[in-house]
Design a protein around this ligand. Structure first.
Ligand SMILES: Cc1ncc(COP(=O)(O)O)c(C=O)c1O
Length: 390
């Protein structure tokens, strides 16, 4: 019987133990035992054997989480990491060698930007950036040593969207690995592998957890690529903890319904805030005014849970807006059942110059709302009263 992804997210489970548990158990163990010295020797002799040795290498709870995400992303296999950044960094370190070149969208998460500009050059990797709004410039950046092309779509925090099939065709033509950070959409909304991506990664800390409890990361793709990543993670240690995997695998059971509600709340909020006199613009992938709305509709099943708007009063208005909120949380996480407001120009990106901020799509009055699962009227009322005060 071929099951729908929503059903698989609920029903994939580690083999039932003799205890006959219904809900999935947590295998909180650092290592595993053997029936004989010969079995133990065999487990260590071959890196590709499907046998648990030590939870830095593999663990049944972590494997259940990986199997579910791989199924949802239509991928052959995956690896899980302690954080989203460990997933990003492990991907770069596994597939790049000294002298290799990366082409990346400039609109990527701040710490990914820092890895590309501060750390990778120390080891002889170089990178070039393109503007997500000008995908026609990508090909001119490709050099003989280009190994990997990296995008986030929708991007954080600018909500820029790129045509995955278009970029995949360029990568295929030049034999480059196409890596997509699918954190904002989640596999419930967008499956980049279906559009030609080679590897898809996530910060599982966001919508995949969905309640702001644990950190986690995951990368999925073809078996032969994942085997290389697996050996990197197994040997260098950024592995996911079984406890976090247990929280995340339970969260996946509700991912589809949560994403539908995040998206319907976000679309309704975007519609209610359109034409508000205190805002210069509002951006949401499923609003027709979004510059890449047609691409969003082609590759996403809904607009996701994040929207952004620009306050007319710039940085000062941004601070006032945050200080005036009473329901929405002032925090830098996203993808929670609780609605969250953040103002990148005065917080995460405050150390950049105006020009640098503009380069990564952050304007002075940009507010990012991670729309939660509360009643839409309560979310709207809080935002409207805060807008009235700034
Ligand atoms: C798009 C995106 N990628 C990666 C990360 C990094 O994830 P983590 O915080 O789990 O390391 C984040 C975190 O906000 C993110 O938004």
């Amino acid at each position: 019987m071929s099951l729908h992804p929503e059903t698989r997210a609920i029903r994939i489970q580690t083999d039932r133990t003799n205890e006959k548990e219904h809900s999935t158990p947590l295998f909180l163990t650092s290592s595993f035992v053997y029936d004989s010295a010969e079995d133990m020797a065999a487990a260590f002799a071959d890196d590709t054997l499907d046998v648990n040795i030590y939870s830095r290498f593999s663990n049944p709870t972590v494997d259940e989480f990986i199997t579910k995400i791989a199924a949802l992303e239509n991928a052959e296999d995956g690896i899980a990491t302690g954080t989203g950044m460990a997933a990003v960094f492990s991907t770069f370190m596994t597939f790049l060698s000294k002298g290799d070149h990366i082409v990346s969208a400039s609109a990527v998460f701040g710490s990914t930007h820092t890895i590309l500009t501060k750390y990778l050059p120390k080891w002889g990797f170089e990178s070039s950036y393109f503007d997500m709004n000008k995908p026609e410039t990508i090909e001119s950046l490709i050099k003989p040593n280009t190994k990997l092309l990296y995008v986030e779509t929708p991007s954080n925090p600018g909500l820029d969207i790129i045509d995955l099939s278009y970029v995949a065709a360029i990568c295929k033509k030049h034999n480059i690995l196409f890596v997509v950070d699918n954190c904002f959409a989640t596999p419930a909304v967008q499956q980049p592998i279906n559009f030609g991506a080679d590897l898809v990664l996530h910060s599982a800390t966001k919508f995949i957890d969905g309640q702001g409890r644990v950190l986690g990361g995951v990368v999925v793709g073809k078996k032969e690529l994942i085997q290389q990543l697996y050996l990197f993670v197994r040997n260098t240690g950024p592995s996911m903890s079984p406890f976090n995997a247990w929280v995340l695998t339970k969260s996946l059971e509700t991912l589809y319904v949560r994403m539908e509600k995040h998206a319907s709340n976000a679309l309704e909020l975007a519609n209610r805030l359109q034409n508000h006199p205190k805002l210069s613009w509002i951006k949401y992938p499923f609003l027709p005014s979004h510059p890449q709305h047609e691409i969003a509709k082609k590759q996403m099943s809904n607009g996701g849970g994040i929207l952004t708007f620009e306050l007319k009063g710039g940085i000062d208005s941004g601070r006032k807006f945050l200080n005036s909120l009473s329901l929405l949380s002032m925090t830098n996480n996203l993808g929670d059942s609780r609605s969250i407001a953040s103002h990148p120009a005065s917080t995460t990106h405050s150390k950049l110059s105006d020009a640098e901020r503009a380069g990564v799509g952050i304007t002075p009055g940009l507010i990012r709302i991670s729309v939660g699962l509360e009643h839409i009227d309560d979310i709207t009322d809080d935002i409207l009263q805060a807008l009235a005060r700034c």
